[in-house]
Design a protein around this ligand. Structure first.
Ligand code: HEM
Length: 159
């Protein structure tokens, strides 16, 4: 059923674009603009964007991970323990899975709480420090996304 495998891959890539794309947009468009705004403007923007991102991004992340897991197993070559740990494809797939789950956990338990702390800042200096912390966290995310993308391309040639 090639069409089913192709649909899983298409949806996997679509959700991955949303998840990874959000981080690229945040790092290269949103954050530079936010850093140049007034403290009041930063707070209002954060209060509007924060809840939407906190609702949509985990869904895109879970969909990406589940579809990627299916693409490698049910619709891919990782169908036994030996294929998982005894082949380059299996190891690359496993590394991607672990990295992506770690990235998801980092988003949920480190980044999102850090964003939620920003409106509670009592001085412009504290607010600037909290925004700087969020920026560093999104750069860490970016590094992990780039590694995962390398793994995706590797699997294409290992498969
Ligand atoms: C942000 C995370 C991810 C991004 C941006 C991403 C992106 C992509 C892209 C662009 C492809 C197509 C690659 C190609 O055909 O050359 C792909 C394929 C694939 N992805 Fe992901 N992916 C992500 C996470 C994951 C995770 C966590 C898994 C495993 C649980 C996974 C498993 C796969 C598999 C098995 C393929 C097919 C590889 C092949 O055999 O050609 N992906 N992904």
């Amino acid at each position: 059923m090639v069409w089913l495998e192709a649909s899983v891959q298409w949806l996997h890539i679509l959700f991955a674009i949303f998840w990874f794309g959000s981080t690229l947009f945040t790092d290269f468009v949103l954050m530079p603009a936010v850093m140049a705004m007034s403290p009041a403007g930063q707070r209002e923007l954060g209060q509007r964007i924060g809840p939407i991102a906190a609702r949509l991004e985990p869904r895109a992340a879970v969909a990406t991970i589940v579809l990627g897991a299916l693409r490698g197993t049910v619709f891919g070559p990782v169908q036994s323990p030996s294929a998982l740990v005894g082949t380059a494809y299996g190891l690359t797939w496993l590394a991607s899975l672990l990295l992506a789950v770690g990235l998801f956990a980092f988003g949920e338990w480190v980044l999102t709480p850090a964003v939620a702390r920003i409106p509670g800042a009592t001085t412009p200096e504290e607010q600037a420090r909290l925004i700087g912390q969020v920026r560093r966290y999104t750069l860490i995310q970016l590094a992990a996304f780039l590694l995962i993308l390398v793994a995706m391309v590797l699997m294409h040639y290992e498969g």
